[in-house]
Design a protein around this ligand. Structure first.
Ligand SMILES: NC(=O)c1ccc[n+]([C@@H]2O[C@H](COP(=O)([O-])OP(=O)(O)OC[C@H]3O[C@@H](n4cnc5c(N)ncnc54)[C@H](O)[C@@H]3O)[C@@H](O)[C@H]2O)c1
Length: 420
């Protein structure tokens, strides 16, 4: 079949297998060139600084930051990886989700490079999936002849719903302001036209439900399950990702329902450190990493984000500071978590006053933010394509679904079940 993008209201409802595969392969190449120049697993392991991870679990491994985290650990440090995500496979007549193709490409490339891996599909919030993951970790370690001791857990879920495993109740998250309604200018990325996006204030129940879905409870349940099963290394490291962003987005993000959930994630990091961290700093270490705003499947539907991010990309590209998911994770691993000092001693991992790792430092630079605000103030529909990087935003959005990828022939007939 010929597959062209189907985009409605900043949501893309299909994906392209060859395009997704090409993007994953490009990320792998970037890691081979940048993080550790290992051509295969043995070379990567040999070149990785002491203290780098050997067995990594990525919860939410198929797209965005989770995928980049998995690729970097595997192809950068030669780590064995277990990845878990929730995807729809392709059928003969319909493409699968982008993450389905990404995972298959990761698996094929990891196999070629001799990297141990297991990729699981299912609901990360469920007890059954936690048990299945633990079983997979043990099997993978046995096959690779390494201890079944996970030394890095990446928690990178972005989900609209969660079923509580204890009660069976399903909770839905919402992106809403708290206290008063929100209205802000954003753009339709396909046309560059301004639209006003608004949201009514969340009810108390909606706030609590969003915390239940996107907060830290499930991360804590994962850490407890891994510890109880004896598959967590004594000094394992674990990370969950958050976003803070500029004040102009706070009404809808940081001070809204998602921000509440992210506060709960920070609470969970402290709770994990208290519960599993040794008194002498020898135990488990949990961090929140504050990442840069990027175009992933979910971010295009948050009011203001397409407008802000288009202006941000323009400014950061002009200043030579632009990064995507994979560049962000390289800095996270190489300059923070596994810097020579940080790899040897977790207390030496650079953090802010709240104990968070910051890789949003370039986005939040004063000169960057000032330039972005100036653009946002002055842009009109006539100037938007030169003032802001609408094309770049649209490109990244399409690319996250395997479209608009250089070198892919979109007029060719493709089998949706193949990732050639
Ligand atoms: N995108 C950004 O701009 C940005 C910026 C900073 C921080 N973050 C944070 O990074 C994290 C990841 O976001 P992203 O943008 O990479 O998201 P994404 O949508 O690209 O990836 C989410 C992952 O979660 C998986 N997933 C969702 N529900 C699941 C379930 N029930 N069971 C198993 N897997 C499930 C998906 O399959 C996918 O692998 C989030 O915490 C997000 O808040 C994102």
């Amino acid at each position: 079949m010929i597959i062209k993008p189907m985009v409605r209201n900043n949501i893309c409802i299909n994906s392209h297998p060859s395009g997704c595969a090409a993007v994953v392969r490009r990320q792998i190449q970037y890691i081979r060139d940048t993080l550790v120049s290992g051509k295969d697993s043995a070379a990567a392991r040999a070149a990785a600084p002491p203290g780098c991870p050997r067995l990594v679990l990525v919860i939410g491994c198929s797209t965005g930051y989770g995928l980049a985290s998995r690729i970097s650990a595997a192809f950068g440090y030669g780590a064995a990886t277990v990845g878990l995500s929730f995807e729809k496979p392709a059928s003969e007549s319909k493409p699968g989700t982008p993450g389905y193709y990404n995972n298959r490409t990761f698996d094929a490339e990891a196999a070629k490079a001799g990297l141990p891996f297991k990729t699981l599909d299912g609901d990360a919030f469920s007890d059954a999936m936690k048990a299945e993951t633990i079983k997979a970790v043990k099997e993978l370690a046995a096959g690779a002849k390494i201890p079944a001791q996970i030394d890095l857990v990446i928690y990178s879920l972005a989900s609209p719903v969660r079923t509580d495993p204890k009660t069976g109740v399903m909770y839905k998250s919402v992106i809403k302001p708290i206290g008063k309604s929100y209205s802000g200018k954003t753009i339709d990325m396909m046309t560059g036209k301004f639209i006003t996006a608004g949201a009514e204030p969340a009810t108390e129940e909606e706030i609590q439900n969003t915390v239940k879905v996107m907060g830290g409870e499930d991360w804590e349940l994962w850490m407890a399950a891994l510890k109880d099963a004896g598959v967590l290394a004594p000094a394992a490291r674990t990370l969950a990702y958050t976003y803070i962003g500029p004040e102009l987005s706070w009404a809808i993000y940081k001070n809204g329902t998602i921000g509440r959930a992210k506060e709960d994630l920070e609470r969970a990091a402290k709770a994990i450190n208290k519960k599993y961290g040794g008194p002498d700093g020898s135990g488990v270490h949990a961090w929140i990493s504050v990442n840069k705003a990027l175009v992933t499947r979910a971010s295009a539907v948050i009011p203001i984000i397409p407008f802000y991010v288009s202006c941000l990309f323009k400014v950061m590209k002009e200043m030579g500071l632009h990064e995507g998911c994979i560049e962000q994770i390289v800095r996270l691993y190489r300059d923070r978590l596994y810097s020579l000092e940080g790899a040897a001693n977790p207390a030496k991992v650079p953090v802010d006053g709240e104990g968070r790792i910051r890789i949003d430092d370039r986005e939040m630079r004063e000169d960057v933010q000032k330039a972005v605000l100036d653009r946002m103030d002055s842009a009109t529909e006539e100037t938007i394509f030169s003032a802001a990087d609408v094309e770049g935003f649209k490109h990244d959005f399409l690319e996250a679904h395997g479209f608009d990828v250089a070198g892919v022939n979109y007029d060719a007939d493709v089998d949706p079940a193949s990732i050639k």
